[in-house]
Design a protein around this ligand. Structure first.
Ligand SMILES: [Zn+2]
Length: 377
């Protein structure tokens, strides 16, 4: 994310040079110290015409993605019902051979089950073909096998599930093969147990936080009352991305155990969802991975030109995959009471907000999709 700049004149040639430039599938790991300085609070550009890419979609303070591993067919209806009631979308990391073989479909699910989840707006991603990883006496699979585990699982999902694009992987047992994954995936989830700092997300092996209030409050408010002391002072996590992992929420030996475990998960998910309208962007893993990498590689140039504001937004990412709109906050001229915007001539969503008496527009714009013009309604 670059700081907003004011351009006095932006030539047409410069705009076209930026469009269709680099086409990265994923970003390399962050440099020590991060890719940028994370703003500790929401950013409000001061001068009319200035603009800034919001840290997270909708100018929310932090992000949280709820992910579910290992197919977990017995939980599908429970998750569908709860997520629909709360208005949130989930990300499922699926072991694809377990669907193809239809072994124990009541436990592993079938392609029809994943289609149903995709049609409800949830994201279907890969937990590899077979979940092989080194543990106990089981050796590490060869690089060739790992490559087919990653490549073939993504292909299987994309061949069998519509309304969905598989481009992310959760590493079995958190064992990363980043160089191989980088050929096929835009992002992968590891299992290191703490949220990711916004300015230093390792997209090819993200961290994994917890669903309890500790980690959620840490990213959303910068502090927590509930977690062990070690995390309480970790201000770097403020405004971060908390990727929560669940599997088998109904696990347990007895009915009472199963009910208790599901009730615990439900309480966490309800708390996360309670923050979704202002504090927390509760989003699919792939959407946060797109937003983050577009943001981290974005260049924004804006200028006030007479009675309108124009800006260009470019990034270094592959345009046919990285098409999630970034929220760009534009300082409007004093006295504006409303705003509308177009990108490449087509109208795009805008939200008008005021801060300390000054008018702002939150414009949803996709990098490399043309000049954005903001005018008063
Ligand atoms: Zn697993």
């Amino acid at each position: 994310m670059k700081q907003a700049t004011i351009a006095t004149a932006l030539s047409v040639a410069a705009v076209f040079a930026a469009v269709g430039g680099e086409q990265l599938m994923n970003l390399p790991p962050p440099p020590k110290g991060g890719r940028f300085t994370t703003p500790t609070d929401l950013v409000w550009p001061a001068k009319p015409g200035e603009a800034d890419v919001c840290l997270w979609s909708g100018d929310r303070f932090a992000a949280c993605s709820i992910t579910i591993d290992d197919n977990c067919k017995p939980d599908h209806e429970w998750w569908l019902k709860l997520s629909e009631e709360l208005g949130i979308k989930l990300t499922w990391f699926v072991i694809t051979d377990h669907c193809v073989k239809k072994n124990n479909p009541g436990f592993n699910g079938t392609w029809a089950d994943w289609q149903k989840l995709a049609d409800a707006g949830h994201s279907i991603q890969s937990h590899t073909t077979n979940h092989k990883a080194k543990h106990g006496d089981v050796p590490m699979p060869s690089d060739e096998e790992v490559e087919s585990m990653y490549r073939d699982s993504l292909k299987a999902i994309n061949d069998n599930v519509t309304n969905n694009f598989a481009c992310c992987i959760a590493y079995p047992r958190g064992e990363p093969h980043e160089a191989i994954a980088a050929k096929y995936a835009i992002a992968c989830r590891g299992v290191y147990g703490v949220p990711s700092c916004a300015n230093s997300i390792n997209y090819l092996c993200t961290n994994k936080g917890a669903g309890g209030k500790g980690h959620v409050q840490m990213v959303a408010f910068g502090e927590t009352q509930e977690d062990p002391k070690w995390i309480r002072g970790n201000k770097a996590l403020k405004r971060g991305w908390n990727v929560v992992l669940y599997h088998f929420v109904h696990a347990g030996r007895t009915d009472a155990d199963r009910e208790k475990n599901a009730a615990g998960a439900e309480k966490e998910v309800r708390y996360i969802a309670s923050l979704k309208d202002d504090r927390l962007w509760v989003c699919r893993f792939d959407d946060a991975a797109k937003y983050g990498q577009e943001r981290d590689s974005a260049t924004l140039t804006s200028a006030l030109k007479g009675d309108k504001i124009e800006f260009t937004l470019t990034d270094r990412m592959k345009d046919d995959i990285f098409d999630y709109p970034l929220t760009v906050k534009v300082r409007l001229p004093d006295g504006w009471k409303s705003a509308k915007a177009t990108q490449g001539g087509k109208s795009v969503p805008v939200r008008f907000v005021s801060h300390d008496g000054a008018p702002y527009a939150l414009v949803e714009a996709v990098p490399d999709k043309g000049v954005v013009r903001v005018v008063s309604k």
